[in-house]
Design a binder for this molecule. Structure first.
Ligand SMILES: [Zn+2]
Ligand SMILES: [Zn+2]
Length: 226
């Protein structure tokens, strides 16, 4: 991605192209991810591309229950798009966060027993899509940033997102089949009462201190540093 691409489409309909090209039914449009997330940004676009690609590779509709599992290795904006499109959520227990600080995502279909791993191509950089972006970002986040600076930066970001939606996703993503280690389905645990604060805590997360059951915030952690 060394060629700067400027698009003339400022309409904010970044999802139109990809949405119309989508051969898989029931894929939520990008606009829905934006609504859920609160703003549009390259991170969200990245997550959207990952999720749509995963749905196509795994021939799945949105996960109403737990047939899909997503293991995500960062907690960035992208995760919101993953949740909207794949239906894998923290609440359902089929979104698993591994804090590796990597733009890498493993999506598993339990039913067809297939897993794919998608990661960001090392050579992909949004700043290459718009040579002005780095300077504008610095300006917009500086102490002296004016409303106009922020507005201009947002506009450029939207154009970058729009471009990301138009170029082939293979220019952004590495996609490969992954080994299949299907995580256990979410379990339901009994709750016990914390002797410290009196609030209920799941047995699986409770600690014992001086012979009493306590929750993690009440637990006086003992560590020797290893
Ligand atoms: Zn964002
Ligand atoms: Zn407590």
């Amino acid at each position: 991605m060394n060629t700067p691409v400027k698009t003339s489409d400022n309409s904010g309909n970044a999802d139109n192209n990809r949405e119309n090209k989508s051969a898989t039914p029931n894929i939520k449009p990008f606009s829905e991810a934006v609504r859920f997330h609160g703003h549009t940004c390259p991170g969200l676009a990245m997550g959207y591309l990952v999720a749509v690609r995963a749905m196509k590779e795994l021939c799945s509709g949105r996960s109403e229950d737990e047939e899909l599992v997503a293991i995500v290795e960062n907690d960035s904006c992208s995760i919101d798009a993953i949740q909207v499109v794949t239906g894998c959520t923290i609440g359902k227990g089929n979104l698993i966060f591994s804090d590796h600080g990597k733009q890498a995502y493993t999506i598993i279909n339990r039913t067809i027993k297939k897993a794919i791993r998608i990661s960001l191509k090392s050579e992909f950089n949004t700043d290459n899509l718009d040579p002005e972006l780095a300077t504008l970002r610095e300006k917009a986040f500086s102490e002296e940033a004016t409303e106009q600076d922020k507005k201009v930066f947002r506009k450029h970001m939207e154009e970058v997102v729009s471009t990301m939606m138009k170029i082939p996703d293979d220019e952004i993503l590495n996609v490969r089949e992954a080994g299949l280690e299907i995580p256990e389905k979410a379990r339901i645990f009994k709750s016990v009462r914390c002797a410290g604060c009196g609030e209920m805590v799941s047995e699986s997360r409770a600690r014992v201190q001086n012979g009493k059951i306590v929750c993690i915030p009440c637990f006086d952690a003992y560590s020797r540093g290893w």
